[in-house]
Ligand binder design. Sequence first.
Ligand code: PNS
Length: 183
Amino acid sequence: MIAIYPGSFDPITLGHLDIIKRGSRLFEKVIVAVLRNPNKKPLFSVQQRLEQIRQATKNLPNVDIDSFDGLTVNYAQMQNAQVLLRGLRAVSDFEVELQMAHTNKTLSTQIETVFLATSNEYSFLSSSVVKEIAKFGGSVDHLVPPHIALDIYKCYNQKSPVLNSTTTKTMSFPKKVSPDLGV
Ligand code: PNS
C-alpha cells in the first residue's frame, strides 16, 4: 500500500519526521508531498523544502519526496496511493483533520485517511512554533534536524544559539535604551 503524507512542511519538524519514520514501517512506500500553495507566503520555497526533506529522510529507502498542487486526492490517485497519512497532536487537530478527512472522502471514496498519534514528545510542535521561536532569537536545535536549523537561522539573520540548556535556549539581545528613563 502506498501512502501520501501531504503538508506544507515550512519547515519540516522532528514531529513530521517521527510520523514519516513510523509511516514508513507501515506502508510499502510513503510519498512526502509538499503542497505548492500560491495563497501562502512561506519562509522556504518549495524547492528548498524538498531539499530539506530529502536530506532529512535519506536513510529511509521507501520514502519519496515530491510536490503537488490542486486537490490532494487527485494527486494521490495519480500516484496510485490508497492512503493519506496525517499526524494528530491534540484535540484541536482532531476537528480540523476530521473535517479534512470527511471532505476528502466525498471527493474520492477510494482513498482512506490514516491518522498516527504524534509521539508525546512532539505533541506541542508545529512549523509555526519553530518559526516563532527562531524569529525571537531562540534555539530550534531540539525541534528540527541540524541542517534545517541552520537554514532557519540564516533566514532570520541569526547566529546559531550557543546555549545548551534545554530550558533557557534564548539569544541575548542588546538592552533597549529608553529615552524616558534615561538608561
Ligand atoms: O501542513 P498542512 O498545512 O496542515 O497541510 C494541509 C494540506 C496540504 C494537507 C491540505 O491543506 C490539503 O490537502 N490541501 C490541498 C487542497 C485539498 O485537497 N483540499 C481538500 C481537503 S480540505
